[in-house]
Design a protein around this ligand. Structure first.
Ligand code: SAM
Length: 270
């Protein structure tokens, strides 16, 4: 029993250390290495989701906590819309990149903290109008217990926005599966060529432990929704689609094949 707890703690620490190491390597080239977050298809989803979140919030100066904020994918957009942001990330290097991008006029609405989200949610005493997280949960050893604690940081009526997480999907038709895989291979080949031409080193092998939840096929939005409901959260919206490095294959896979590998979820505290 004691041995199991020690093993558990070792694995937890290993995943945290690997996330620090990998994201120190990513830092200034993060978004260039991940065009799946900035292609036209994903950008349209991002903008629509931001509009929806801001409409739910109502107050243009809401207090928003961005967990695993990285180089500011959500953070800078929400700051530009006038909100007060607190960003938390385990990687000093990712936050250094974000710090350089914060406009001087918005600095008094921005607070950045280098810390693991697991420790932050235990020690921070504030409540927020919204907690947002993009591409964070699949990096955590135990995302379920962290999500429960995150719900406790929301004031009544507050929003939780979980964005761009890998989805466990089942494709039953073998034809759709073959086409889905074919598009994925083509998309990856063009991406590799582009990165080679731009002399951007790929870090795929480095992600073995830091993308921990991918080992289990990603995150199940149904299970997550159940967990949220048990924490007195109401599910407002779950959106599923197929993300790809480039916009055209993502559009084709989502709209024509109907395959899905990514989800976004918006929930509200009762
Ligand atoms: C895939 S990146 C996403 C960054 C940003 N949210 C975005 O969407 O561009 C994951 C981020 O989570 C951070 N991260 C990973 N594990 C973490 C943890 N346990 N606590 C805090 N941040 C963590 C990484 O340092 C990295 O910046």
């Amino acid at each position: 029993m004691t041995l199991d707890v020690a093993k558990d703690n070792d694995l937890r620490e290993k995943i945290l250390a690997e996330n620090r190491r990998v994201h120190a390597l990513e830092s200034s080239l993060y978004l260039q290495r991940h065009p799946e977050q900035t292609n036209f298809f994903q950008t349209e989803i991002l903008q629509k989701s931001l509009d929806k979140l801001c409409a739910e919030l109502g107050n243009p100066k809401s207090r928003i906590l961005d967990l695993g904020c990285g180089t500011g994918y959500l953070y800078l957009q929400l700051l530009a819309r006038g909100h007060r942001l607190t960003g938390v990330d385990i990687s000093l290097e990712m936050l250094e990149v974000l710090k350089q991008k914060i406009p001087p006029a918005a600095k008094n609405r921005s607070t950045l903290t280098v810390m693991g989200v697991e420790d932050f949610v235990e020690t921070d005493n504030e409540f927020y109008d919204a907690v947002v997280l993009s591409a964070l949960l699949h990096h955590l050893y135990d995302y379920e217990s962290t999500v429960r604690k995150i719900c406790g940081k929301l004031s009544s009526g507050g929003c939780l926005w979980i964005f761009f997480e890998p989805l466990k999907q089942k494709i039953r038709s073998s034809l759709r599966f073959t086409l889905h895989k074919g598009i994925a291979r083509l998309d990856e080949s063009v991406y590799r060529l582009e990165m080679r031409l731009r002399r951007i080193r790929l870090l795929e092998e480095e992600y073995e432990w830091s993308d921990y939840q991918r080992r289990f096929g990603g995150i199940d939005p149904n299970r997550l929704s159940e967990l949220l409901r048990s924490e007195d959260m109401e599910i407002e919206n779950v959106e599923k689609y197929c993300s790809r490095r480039y916009g055209c294959p993502a559009l084709f896979a989502t709209r024509l094949l109907g395959t899905q590998n990514t989800f976004n979820l918006l929930a509200k505290k009762r």
